[in-house]
Design a protein around this ligand. Structure first.
Ligand code: AMP
Length: 377
């Protein structure tokens, strides 16, 4: 594996990386950074947690430090949370050069944002809807001279409610220069390519990771009858809490509540960088392999180890087969002491029934553990 200097990265950025604990490039960085530094357009298909943000942040900072002006780079991303995470990486890595960034997302004050834009930050990280609103309503800033246009999680940008997004994107594309470097990152590039034909790219460098899930991830399943599934879930949480009380567990389910143990719906399954998740539990088997890949990608990030456990009922076996086909690996059975599960079965079912009466299906976990009930996510 190459190091950052052989990829053409400047010493000051290598030092900044070290301070963040980043010493060796990840695959997407190793492959995409050299063409970006050469000035080429780039399309990267990167698995979650692969370090793709730094893969574009580092080259942009390097180019920016050679010829600093604002607004130099525009990053479009689907959610506020991602916008904050991207801006944070720009801020930390770009600190020595006094980087100025600006986050333009919905739900924040338009006037404050307009003022920040007029101060010509080096980097603007935006969700498309809000940025398009600013372009439509204000002439106090210009993105006519940007050098970089970056579309992060492009596939998800497209899922945002098609017609609005297309209109917003048209407004933004009309406001940026034709001569620019365009970088596009997406988890599913083939689908995205079809839909993003409108974005002019100049013979882009194309990179796709062959690996869909990382080696550090131990992918497991538990075969359980539908009726006993919740008892298995509770048993697993108990087991991990007993054996590793400092571990974080992320549970993906169909409902949307966050407990002390983070329970997430697919809203959280992409992009969010929660570095300390050691276990992902799929309370339901994802219907699409793509969703499975995103969910389990919340653990085993950036070289760390992690385990994913998918609860598979008698109705889900065909779903597991299509997941295994996509990831080109077999899920291994996770060993469970069935009698331990049976011990708690009645208790779990009672708690669950009580919750169903007040129509909060998954709250039974909270009740069972009496853990602190944290905000809904
Ligand atoms: P991303 O795929 O951009 O969401 O990055 C996931 C996490 O990996 C972030 O917390 C980064 O700080 C971290 N990261 C990025 N590049 C590296 C690297 N080369 N080595 C170790 N960690 C990294």
């Amino acid at each position: 594996m190459s190091d950052f200097s052989s990829l053409g990265l400047s010493d000051w950025l290598i030092q900044q990386c070290k301070q963040m604990g980043i010493s060796k490039p990840t695959q997407v960085q190793e492959n995409c950074m050299p063409p970006i530094l050469e000035g080429r357009d780039c399309m990267g298909c990167a698995k979650t947690g692969s370090g793709k943000t730094a893969a574009f942040v580092l080259p942009v900072l390097q180019k920016l430090s050679e010829d600093p002006y604002g607004i130099f780079c525009l990053v479009l991303t689907p959610t506020r949370e991602l916008a904050y995470q991207i801006a944070e990486q720009f801020r930390v890595l770009g600190k020595p050069m006094g980087l100025r960034d600006c986050i333009i997302v919905g739900g924040m004050d338009m006037i404050t944002q307009a003022l920040e834009l007029s101060k010509k930050p080096h980097v603007v990280v935006a969700t498309p809807g809000r940025l398009a609103d600013h372009i439509r309503s204000s002439d106090t800033f210009s993105i006519k001279k940007i050098q970089f246009l970056i579309l992060d999680e492009a596939d998800r940008l497209l899922e945002q409610g098609c017609t609005d997004f297309t209109k917003d994107l048209e407004v933004i594309l009309a406001a940026v220069p034709v001569k620019r470097q365009t970088l596009l990152f997406s988890a599913t590039l083939t689908d995205t390519l079809q839909e993003l034909k409108g974005i002019a790219m100049n013979k882009p460098f194309f990179w796709e990771s062959k690996v869909r899930t990382v080696e550090e991830l131990d992918q497991r399943y538990i075969l359980t009858p539908e009726k006993v599934k919740d008892a298995y879930l509770v048993h697993l949480i108990q087991k991990f809490q007993d054996e590793h009380d400092d571990w974080s567990i992320m549970i993906f389910t169909n409902t949307c509540n966050v407990f002390k143990i983070l329970i997430a719906t697919d809203v959280a399954s992409r992009g969010l960088d929660i570095p300390t998740v050691q276990v992902v539990i799929n309370h339901n088997t994802p219907g699409l392999p793509k969703i499975y890949i995103h969910r389990v990608g919340r653990t085993a990030r950036a070289g760390r180890h992690g385990v994913s456990i998918t609860l598979v009922t008698q109705y889900d076996i065909h779903l597991v087969h299509s997941i295994e086909g996509q990831i080109q690996a077999k899920l291994k059975e996770y060993p469970v002491e069935e009698k331990e599960v049976l011990k708690i079965l009645t208790q779990v079912n009672v708690a669950r029934r009580e919750c169903e009466i007040v129509q909060i299906p998954i709250l039974f976990i909270h009740r069972y553990f009496c853990c602190e009930y944290v905000a809904v996510g």
